[in-house]
Design a protein. Sequence first.
Lengths: 284, 281
Amino acid sequence: MRVSKFISRWFAVFALPTLTAFSLAFIVPFVLGLVLSFCKFTTVLNAKFIGTANYGKIFTADSSFPHALGLTVLFALASVASVNGIAFVLALLLTRGLAGTNALRTVFFMPNLIGGIVLGYIWQQLLNGLLAPFDKTVQTSVGDGFWGMVVVFNWQMIGYMMIIYIAGIQNVSGDVLEAASIDGAGYFTTVFKILLPNLVPSITICTFLTLSQSFKMFDQNLSLTAGQPGGATKLLALDIYDTFYNMGPAMRGVGQAKAVVFFVFVGVVAFLQLRATRSKEVEG
Amino acid sequence: MIEAKSKAFRITASLALSVLALLYLVPVALILMNSLKKKLYLTADQAFNLPDSDSFAGLDNYTGGIAKTDFWSAVGYSVTVTVLSVGVIVLCCGMTAWYIARVKSKFTSLLYYMFVFSMVVPFQMVMFTMASITNRLHLDNPIGIAVMYLGFGAGLSVFVFVGFIRTVPISLEEAAMMDGASAWQVYFRVIFPVIRPTAITVAILNTMWIWNDYLLPQLTIGGRYNTIPVAVQGILSGTYGDRDLGAMMAVLAVAVVPIIAFYLVLQRYIINGVVAGAVKG
């Protein structure tokens, strides 16, 4: 372990700068955020401990949180299913040596580079144009806004997941596929009996990524629907943001408590997903 | 790979996918087309009409419309913030990852798990307290914000770097050490050249994130130094400036075109980087 000792003397140069920034941007704000969720405050300096009162206000009848939570769960379910289903079919088609495969892959991945705010406004133009003959906009009803967000999320994420599935499919050994074809297995038999079982790691990664991204979605929500009509299309992240910044400083404690609950939800989902991955890896 | 053999299938599938690909480009094409129309012709019911002699505005929206929105300065701030932050992240996180990967102690493994943990935490959990700290430390400017991006980017970046450095044989460092090199020299002369591909991955992932990030700059430097997403939100939601629909379309076009160009040039690196980042994340 001489290398270990050799490097460890250089802590101040190699680790300290990142560690300082990490403390300022993450560790201190995280701990402070936990503490403040039990306080009444308008700035971080005038906090007063009030126990769990903020948390009590989250699930009351006039709170927007339960609705946002329900909508977010529906949004995540619809998004995870549609994104992964479509991405998987595209990946299957784009690994069959068709003409123009590379160009198609390029096009399908492209939207992933456009940021959520810009993406939302681009789609607002398109969707409002499509809805104009019906005298509606994407902000007229919860249904239009909800499905609008699902479509935008699909447009952004399908290419990304497709790329991961393609990488997975290309990793399946050619020998196994050849053996299957010699044994007379048809294409669909090969997909279900050989490809799918071998793609469990890719499926897990894609499910996790789409799940966590849809759960945390903020930018596209703000730009496409801005929560309209009347806050009915607010997902969790936007609901928390509004509680902090658009409902008066007195609500900041409640906003912070909502954020802690949000963190716990996301954390539990991530933990379950990680455990599922681990157990699958042991089997494989 | 399972090559498709039937010719009819190959042709049908290629055609169907090409149609889908064209549909995929419609949203962007629509913005580009509408950015060439006069603002009076930009209502929702005329969104799909091609520009004609009445509605065609040439480049007026770009030359006149955007100037009124202060959008060009946003492009400058976005470039400054992104380049500076990504540079700092690649430099500092690579060094820290080397430290964590090679120094075996309880402290470094605790650090490692804290970085991993930070990736799971949603931004809303820390946004208020983080913005408050940024203001109090006077880091709320296009230079200081790089410190915050380093702190937030460290989770994923250190994680990706550590994953790769652990696969690098330690004998390289031992040999350099025997030759009397300092840790500084070992890192920059021996390790960094080896982990360059990972550095490119980390740079791409962070560029995509920081260039498009809205909430962090909005809460810290927004209002004084608007980056592109912050400016787009301000202009398109109509919170500032008059609602000039022509200018809005041009702003969206200017926000999108450089990203697409960047993507087309660096496509291979970007796609490989995203796969590497995803598989490790």
